[in-house]
Design a binder for this molecule. Structure first.
Ligand code: G6P
Length: 611
């Protein structure tokens, strides 16, 4: 979580650092700071509580001008979000540190350092790193050597950037469990926790690997690996210039990203469909051989990506006849797991850097899985690099913290996986693959039709403006869609929302239903429709107001306390993808009515790279 930017150059680097922080705000945004070795020969810092714009304003009043600096945008883990806890953290007046991650042994180190006379001015785990480094500098006044000694004593996860007024020709960095990338310029070099932060200054990058330490000068970079050996890391040219980083005609990134779904789903399907079958090699050259051996699937993910995995379970079992388990990564990684023979480990992640998902993958490697597949939106992410097979979801950059287009493209990827496994293993019913391939080709157009309901959904949103609690119901593969709908609503409108399989209503949640509790339902026209209708009667009988997204052929009509929004008819297998869209729009419009920060809701972050 949190974002790091650093620069060593011949020109003033403050504006570069600020621009980098703005681009990283998706990772955390409760406070921000910058430390610059100024042209006056002193190390100065500016920190502000709140968003990067606050820091920018402060710097406009009191500019820091220098050629070496580090900066950070924070998502609080240890210590409340406030200026005192914002990074960079100093030890003395010469040493500044920014940190992503969590130092687990910070309490022990803090006590030890206090005993040595260090005075702490924040509640963060990061400050122990600054003081420990300062202490190590007493034995060896080379910054890189001191950093190497320091990280040996740190337990936990870190991406670190350090500068010292005593060695102002360099920026030093360390990576363990939290990504860092060096941006290579001409006579200037940069560092960041995500290459996005540096795209305005370079398109050449060098990715640090786990355990790497780097010493970055204006015109050279030196890297040591986890064993202390000097190593070269490949410099790669980044060429995906197509990503739009502005809102275009939309008021928020989230709305823009919702409306991009027909196009990005189309892109995710490109080059992956043959005339009547899925191209299995889309998962990598060894996919067909590996898939032929798969007898079980274990899916692991977090948040929205977990919901995508839950939908996939219905598909894998009903279409491909493959047993599937789905678990949130934070549980999976610490559970004693019994792995069935020939189980494929599938991780799903928008960012590919989510700490729990990454740790689950690393554990999985020790557990005897058949192989690993990452379904991910970022091709250069750790998850992709560490998995045997990859399917990239070409959703493009997602900026809104509440995930939308990443989810629907993940669903597309998971349906491609289901069909591929069924194809290779011969478990699909005759004709099913050809029919679903045809339906997939039509999907972008159907998504476009669903988005045309934008204004209808906007009106329905008004029903929620003064509500505090909501229930979302679905059956079968629509149950995870209901979960995703509830997650979206709580994330951005702060309305308490819970999702239940509709059949479970009578076992408890029905007690909550009254006229203040709107109940949102997704009702495609499938074999569960009649059962769902009975569940809805149970809600109406208790005075609950129903908002039903129903197939136009489902024969559901408006009535007192029942608002039916007709959805275009779609094949039942693809319905979870289509029905997600109106739920995204609903949350969006409720949040707009409530006046919340839609793209950057409170307390959340886009990429959760800490446990
Ligand atoms: C955070 C985000 C969610 C996302 C989850 C998993 O909680 O706010 O939108 O679903 O992380 O992220 P990933 O990048 O692994 O899909």
């Amino acid at each position: 979580m949190c974002g790091i930017v650093g620069a060593v150059a011949e020109r003033n680097i403050t504006a570069i650092l600020l621009e980098g922080l703005k681009r990283l705000e998706y990772r955390g945004y409760d406070s921000a700071g910058v430390a610059v070795f100024t042209n006056n020969g002193t190390l100065e810092r500016m920190r502000r509580n709140g968003k990067v714009a606050e820091l920018e304003q402060a710097l406009a009043g009191e500019p820091l001008v220098g050629r070496l600096g580090i900066a950070h945008t924070r998502w609080a883990t240890h210590g409340a979000p406030c200026e005192r806890n914002a990074h960079p953290h100093f030890s003395g007046s010469d040493l500044a540190v920014v940190h992503n991650g969590i130092i687990e042994n910070h309490e022990a180190l803090r006590e030890q350092l206090k005993g040595l006379g260090y005075v702490f001015t924040s509640d963060t785990d990061t400050e122990v790193i600054a003081h420990l480094l300062n202490h190590k500098l007493k034995d060896n006044n080379d910054l890189t050597a001191a950093l190497k000694a320091t990280v040996k004593e740190l337990h936990g996860a870190y991406g670190l950037a350090v500068i010292s007024a005593k060695q102002p020709d360099r920026l030093v960095a360390a990576r363990s469990g939290s990504p860092l990338v060096i941006g290579l310029g001409l006579g200037e070099n940069f560092l960041a926790s995500d290459q996005l932060a540096l795209r305005q200054v370079t398109d050449r990058f060098m990715y640090l690997e786990e355990g790497d330490i780097a010493e970055i000068h204006r015109d050279s970079v030196q890297i040591w690996d986890v064993t202390g050996q000097s190593v070269q890391r490949e410099a790669v040219q980044y060429s995906d210039g197509a990503e739009a980083a502005d809102k275009g005609e939309y008021r928020h990134y989230m709305l823009k990203e919702i409306h991009e779904q027909p196009a990005v789903v189309q892109r995710t399907l490109e080059n992956r469909l043959g005339q009547d079958h899925v191209l299995v090699q889309a998962f990598g050259p060894q996919a067909a051989e590996l898939f032929a051996k798969v007898r079980n699937v274990q899916i692991v993910a977090c948040g929205t990506s977990y919901h995508a995995g839950m939908v996939a379970r219905y598909w894998l079992e009903s279409l491909a006849g493959i047993p599937c388990q789905v678990e949130v990564a934070s549980e999976f990684r610490y559970r004693k797991v019994v792995v069935q023979p020939d189980t494929l480990f599938v991780s799903i992640s928008q960012s590919g850097e989510t700490a729990d998902t990454l740790a689950a993958l690393r554990n999985a490697k020790e557990l005897g899985f058949l192989g690993s597949l990452a379904i991910c939106n970022v091709g250069i992410s750790s998850l992709v690099r560490e998995s045997d097979l990859t399917l990239l979801t070409h959703a493009g950059r997602e900026i809104g913290v509440a995930s939308t287009k990443a989810f629907t493209t993940q669903l597309v990827g998971l349906l491609l996986l289901t069909l591929s496994l069924g194809q290779v293993r011969g478990t699909l019913q005759a004709g099913v693959e050809a029919q679903l391939v045809e339906e997939l080709r039509r999907l972008p157009a159907r998504l476009g039709e669903a988005l045309a309901m934008d204004t209808t959904v906007e009106k329905v949103a008004q029903l929620f403006a003064d509500k505090h609690h909501t229930l979302f119901l679905g059956r079968g593969a629509q149950f995870p869609v209901a979960m995703e709908g509830a997650l979206k609503l709580k994330e951005i409108s702060y309305i308490h929302a819970e999702a239940y399989p509709a059949g479970e209503l009578k076992h408890g949640p029905l007690a909550l239903v009254d006229s203040d509790m709107p109940v949102v339902t997704v009702a495609p026209n499938n074999e569960l429709l009649e059962k769902l209708k009975s569940n809805l009667q149970e809600v109406r009988a208790r005075g609950g107001e129903l908002i039903v997204f129903a197939d136009e052929q489902a024969g559901m009509t408006n009535g007192e306390g029942t608002h039916v929004i007709n959805m275009p008819h779609i094949h039942d297998v693809l319905a979870p993808i289509l029905y997600t869209l109106p739920l995204q729009l609903l949350s969006y419009y409720v949040a707009v009515l409530k006046g919340t920060d839609v793209d950057q809701p409170r307390n959340l972050a886009k990429s959760v790279t800490v446990e």
